[in-house]
Write a protein of this length. Structure first.
Length: 455
């Protein structure tokens, strides 16, 4: 049974429309992620138009149905070949130029053997050998130019391009001995019918293969992205560990600096107290009293710790007072009293230049620990809450401890007398809320007194 070639060509044109749609889907999926699918889509467009023109043979001129139609078909195959090279990342302008020159020569020869020296045998050979060479070039690209990561995704396309090449190679050889006349469509040669059916099947396979190639590219891209993310995560983890280690080391250094800073401050305070014939335990007790009173007044532990660490420096300004005045057993005259009182401003000036929170707090305490709630203190005569919380805290703690120990100008007081005095100075020298907190937690202060008593 002879199959009508015209029917096959029409069927091929219709099928190519479907392949064109699949190729458009491939191209749209690939936009921005892979090179090549745009050429594949353009190739199917040329194939579809070319087959449609062949199907119109007899209704349009030979120039359109033979020369233009077959030039479009060969150009469609060429575009697919170039698309493969672009897809694999191998872009050689010499190959693209060679393909363009080959198509130009093939088109010129088609024109000669259609218009000047009509020969169906020559035309079949030109078309077949051109398609065979393009199929071979596509196969070469898939075998030798595909990246190793994509080899597993090129097998299907390689099978169809290889079969395409073999089919047109056989057709080229057969065209040399063609003796079936000059009317290809009307002759109804069985082999040509087989070629048309095979070409339709192969083009469908190529369309599917191109979609699989794109899927393979995207899978490889995802795998590479995952690998890069994995490496990035490893680097990030290493950086996090490095920074964590550096931060821990920095925290340790800061703790060490803070500890050293406190030791220096306490040592300086002890030097001052030693000059004024007071024991080193006085500054330690004032610091612990300040901590206990802060907590008793419901202040945060962090602020309590800062005040407690800074409190031992409250009398650092006495370093500027001469020993004969600092340790004078009898009353002071007005000039001597003014000099003694200057230790608050001297201490403030010594410490206030620092930007560190601990030193800044110590400067504030040194300046305000002799201010009184009723405004009768010094150096500014501040009143009530105009005095800082730390200044009010250390004022009470310093007086409490000073009354309990011997000074050059007085003997130590007994505890009942001290407590009575503190009560009497509520709302006068001391913040009333702090006095109340002191008596509510008196046992804590007595414990500190016992634990840090003079030896």
């Amino acid at each position: 049974m002879v199959i009508d070639l015209l029917s096959l060509v029409i069927a091929g044109a219709v099928m190519n429309l479907a392949f064109l749609g699949l190729s458009a889907f491939t191209w749209l999926r690939a936009r921005g992620s892979a090179h090549g699918p745009g050429y594949w889509f353009a190739g199917f467009a040329c194939l579809t138009i070319g087959m449609a023109l062949v199907a119109l043979r007899g209704n349009i001129s030979d120039t359109l149905s033979i020369i233009v139609a077959n030039s479009l078909i060969m150009s469609g195959v060429a575009l697919k070949t170039i698309g493969l090279f672009r897809y694999t990342g191998f872009q050689d302008r010499r190959i693209e130029l060679s393909v363009a020159v080959g198509l130009t020569i093939a088109t010129a020869l088609l024109a000669i053997y259609t218009l000047a020296q009509p020969s169906l045998s020559a035309r079949l050979f030109i078309i077949s050998i051109t398609n065979a060479l393009l199929g071979a070039l596509s196969s070469y690209c898939l075998i030798f130019q595909s990246p190793a990561t994509l080899k597993g995704h090129t097998r299907m396309s390689l099978v169809f391009y290889g079969s395409f090449t073999l089919l047109y190679t056989i057709r080229s050889a057969r065209a040399i001995v063609w003796d079936q006349g000059e009317n290809w469509l009307q002759r109804g040669d069985p082999f040509e019918s087989f070629v048309m059916i095979a070409v339709i099947v192969l083009l469908g396979g190529i369309a599917v293969g191109e979609l699989l190639l794109l899927q393979g590219r995207q899978e490889v891209s995802l795998e590479q992205t995952a690998a890069r993310l994995g490496r990035s995560n490893e680097l990030l983890q290493a950086e996090v560990e490095r920074r964590t280690k550096a931060e821990n080391e920095l925290l340790a250094i800061n703790r060490e600096l803070g500890s050293t800073q406190k030791e220096i401050m306490i040592t300086l305070s002890e030097v001052v107290e030693f000059r004024s014939k007071e024991t080193a335990m006085h500054v330690a007790r004032v610091g612990e009293y300040a901590r206990a009173l802060c907590l008793a007044a419901a202040h945060p532990e962090v602020e309590a710790a800062l005040i407690a660490d800074a409190a031992p420096m409250h009398d650092i300004g006495k370093i500027s007072i001469p020993d004969e005045i600092l340790n004078k057993p009898s009353g002071l005259d007005a000039a001597e009293l003014a000099l003694i009182r200057s230790h608050t401003t001297v201490g403030f000036r010594l410490l206030d230049k620092s930007k560190r929170p601990l030193i800044k707090m110590a400067a504030l305490i040194a300046y305000e620990h002799h201010e009184q709630w009723d405004g009768n203190g010094y150096p500014e005569g501040k009143k009530g809450e105009a005095i800082s919380f730390a200044g009010r805290i250390v004022c009470l703690c310093d007086v409490y401890d000073a009354l309990a120990v011997a000074r050059p100008y007085k003997a130590p007081w007994e505890l009942p007398r001290i407590l009575e005095y503190l009560r009497s100075q509520r709302c006068l020298m001391f913040d009333p809320t702090l006095v109340d907190a002191f008596f509510l937690h008196l046992d804590d202060f007595l414990t500190i007194s016992e634990r840090l008593k003079d030896v």
